[in-house]
Design a protein around this ligand. Structure first.
Ligand SMILES: Cc1ncc(COP(=O)(O)OP(=O)(O)O)c(N)n1
Ligand code: TZP
Ligand code: MG
Length: 210
């Protein structure tokens, strides 16, 4: 499986409605602390928009809702993974992306046969408090070597200006939140991301984006 090199992460279906039509092909819905019914409604709306625009939707944390709503991809952190029913996720044929921060977590993640592994934060992030020091781009190269051809996602502090560094170290996809959502013009910034990641697309994905 090949991941689009531009991996947008947002916290609402409104953001998805706003940015996915610009040409985004890989988006994560990452919502925290909302009632179950609202989460379901957000996931349902996000899924409908993503379907219309041939964009792959990844649901963060809420794997059961993702199954129930007919989504096809979930992202789990290590704490999420520890309490998730991975067999149920697989039986429902969902793909699975996993967070990693150190070698022990990487071993745990690889044992679950993920569809991608994420490493972060590569640089400091302002999105959330992290218990991990920045990994640095050099660590992506170590992950690349360790995981063979499992797709590798770089996350944390990634900006358009830093993209070259993550791809040069072997990342397949660069995940981003605040460089877009806290930009004064999120649509313009999204277009910059689309243009800057274009050179890292395979032929098939390039055709999908056009
Ligand atoms: C692509 C990607 N990588 C890492 C994370 C972080 O997941 P997690 O550690 O479970 O933390 P929360 O995002 O749930 O706060 C992610 N969401 N996406
Ligand atoms: C959720 C998450 N996990 C590791 S870093 C991070 C935040 C990424 O946000 P930003 O792209 O704004 O640094
Ligand atoms: Mg999580």
């Amino acid at each position: 499986m090949r991941l689009d090199p531009f991996y947008l992460i947002v916290d609402s279906a409104d953001w998805i409605d706003r940015l996915v039509p610009l040409g985004v092909k890989l988006v994560q819905l990452r919502i925290k602390d909302r009632p179950h019914a609202e989460l379901r409604a957000e996931i349902r709306r996000a899924r409908a928009t993503c379907r219309r625009h041939a964009c792959q939707l990844i649901v963060n944390d809420y794997w059961q809702l993702a199954i129930d709503e007919g989504c096809d991809f979930v992202h789990l952190g290590q704490e999420d993974l520890a309490v998730a029913d991975v067999a149920a996720i697989r039986t429902a044929r969902l793909k699975l992306g996993l967070s990693t921060h150190d070698e022990a977590e990487l071993a745990t993640a690889l044992a679950a046969k993920p569809d991608y592994v994420a490493l972060g934060p590569i640089w400091p992030t302002i999105l959330k408090a992290m218990n991990w020091a920045p990994q640095t781009p050099a660590r992506l190269a170590a992950w690349r070597k360790a995981i063979g051809d499992v797709p590798l996602v770089a996350i944390g502090g990634v900006t358009v200006e830093r993209l070259q560094q993550v791809f040069a170290k072997g990342a397949d996809s660069a995940a981003v939140v605040t460089d877009i959502t806290r930009n004064a013009d999120p649509e313009a910034r999204t277009r910059q991301w689309l243009a800057a990641t274009r050179t890292y697309l395979g032929d098939e994905a390039a055709a999908d984006r056009s």
